[in-house]
Design a binder for this molecule. Structure first.
Ligand SMILES: [Zn+2]
Ligand SMILES: [Zn+2]
Length: 326
């Protein structure tokens, strides 16, 4: 109830200083509500940055989760029903339902229990295809990754009590987090399924399996234990795999004796942290210096610096060779 000295308590908009002419009027709350909505298109306006005292003084109830002037209520019960309706604090959809919505036609009935028991290990390779994919192929993978992130977020909402007796692979987000960590290795594994496949073909094959929920097939290809070779052999075959379809990077002709092809290959190896092989590639066609007489004379002349001039020590003058000298 407004009291007489309420009239002197002026409230102004913390954002723009606007005041409602008659703060005690019953229309004040509605006026304040529509005033806040007038700031909706202002990018510098944020509902959550207004002081709580402002909402107390104006009698408004904002939803700070939405942080949107549209979600400001004149009564607490309206805010509560908004909260219940919009910000559900539990979900009734199981993991496989959420995944069906995101990947229509997929089957996760075997995949989710399998993922739930899977121990994640680093992939058995050091390189992946991502840098070699075309922008179109990259955006295809972004779409799939986006849906996967969406699944992680949606499954991270706690399950409703009514579904709490479902298996944990259907109620916990753990399996989806594992899938997110595996994503790169599964989709960009540097070994082709069939050597004649192009990157685009391999990628669309893998994305199709992913969208079907057939993660086990992807996993058994990427983490194939029968492919296990020694680390250097492995790097060798990965590199051979990548260098095979060599689209030579254009490098301008210069006076160095390295061919553009070798230079491009060396750069590629250096990009893969294979510095030793990069240097070998650069030097493989370089001429070998022959040790003939003029070369030997040149080496002997430049091997040591010229000797210092003759020096005669004297007993006079300061000595600097002991600590006590200072
Ligand atoms: Zn304002
Ligand atoms: Zn809200």
């Amino acid at each position: 109830m407004p009291t007489p000295n309420h009239n002197t308590q002026r409230v102004s908009c913390p954002h723009c200083g606007w005041e409602y002419p008659d703060p005690t009027s019953s229309r004040a709350r509605t006026a304040w509500k529509s005033h806040l909505q007038s700031h909706r298109s202002d990018p510098s306006f944020s509902l959550s940055s207004l002081p709580p005292s402002f909402f107390t003084a104006t009698g408004l109830h904002p939803c700070l989760t939405c942080n949107d002037p549209q979600a400001v209520y004149v009564s607490k019960s309206n805010l509560d029903s908004h909260d219940k309706r919009i910000h559900s604090h539990s979900r009734t959809k199981l993991n496989s339902d959420i995944l069906h919505d995101l990947f229509p036609g997929s089957d996760w009935s075997h995949t989710l229990p399998w993922l739930a028991t899977l121990d994640i290990t680093p992939p058995p390779f050091r390189h992946n295809w991502f840098p070699r994919l075309s922008p179109t192929d990259k955006s295809l993978t972004y779409n799939t990754l986006h849906s996967l992130c969406d699944a992680v977020l949606k499954t991270s909402v706690p399950i409703a009590d009514s579904h709490s007796d479902s298996p944990s692979s259907e109620t916990s987000s753990e399996a989806l987090w594992k899938l997110l960590f595996l994503f790169q290795a599964l989709i960009f594994c540097p070994f082709k399924e069939t050597s004649s496949f192009t990157y685009t073909r391999c990628l669309s094959h893998r994305l199709r399996l992913f969208h079907k929920g057939d993660i086990q097939t992807l996993y058994s290809h990427a983490f194939d234990p029968t492919r296990k070779t020694s680390p250097s052999r492995q790097a060798q075959s990965e590199l051979a795999n990548m260098l095979d379809d060599d689209d030579t990077i254009p490098i301008s002709e210069s006076d160095v004796t390295v061919s553009p092809r070798n230079a491009s290959q060396a750069q590629r190896l250096a990009n893969m942290d294979e510095y030793h092989r990069a240097v070998q590639t650069l030097s493989q066609n370089q001429p070998v210096a022959t040790l003939d007489d003029p070369t030997i004379t040149h080496i002997k002349q430049t091997l040591f610096p010229s000797p210092y001039p003759q020096h005669t020590p004297t007993n006079d003058g300061p000595r600097y060779n002991t600590r006590s000298a200072t």
